[in-house]
Design a protein around this ligand. Sequence first.
Ligand SMILES: N[C@@H](CCC(=O)N[C@@H](CS)C(=O)NCC(=O)O)C(=O)O
Length: 214
Amino acid sequence: MADKSKHSYKLLYFQSRGVAELIRLLFKVAEVDFEDKRYSREEWPSQKEAQPLKALPVLEVDGKKYCLSAAIARYLAEEFGLMGSCPLDVLRINEIQEAVTEMFKDFFEIFYEKDKDKKVTMLQKTNKETLPKFLDFYEKRLKENNKGEGWVVGDKLTLADLVLYNTFHTITLFMSMAGLNALEKRPLLQAHYARVEALPQIAAWIKARPETEN
Ligand SMILES: N[C@@H](CCC(=O)N[C@@H](CS)C(=O)NCC(=O)O)C(=O)O
């Protein structure tokens, strides 16, 4: 585990979980302090130009700005000893993170659809046509490691477990709009989700974090 006081961290994002929540989960699991700065819609225009890609999240490390949520998450996982113990572990972890990014391409379009009925139809289609391939993949990876009874990679929690947990949290909420449960008939993935959520640091954060829509 990294020296907890090695750097000073300030996370800049909005009043939502969005693509910053994985970063917050990493800090919480590692029990490393960070400033969780959340800009309002009104504040954002005055902050935008100061950001490297004019978007958030941005992580300030000792006052220097770093951007792009996946890059930040990988950096923190490395710092906090959550990036596996060899290059092949890193590859397995990256596979999961990239698969989630690919899977989300479908969801972004649905997310921005304004027509409620259209949204439900799109969710049903995704649930039938896109999701199974990805769920099979996550399940296979989990099963290959300790028969699916532990973590996705190796014998301790890594970034990959947090990625899956955070993803299913969002997707479960989203799909419930169409009366669907993404993890139905996926007991291994359900149990893995519950295992991550039961970690004391995660359980405490779920209770304490501000309630936001997304
Ligand atoms: N792929 C980037 C996405 C960055 C991004 O698009 N951020 C959005 C919020 S999720 C943003 O800053 N929107 C405000 C704007 O573009 O003005 C990442 O993961 O960091």
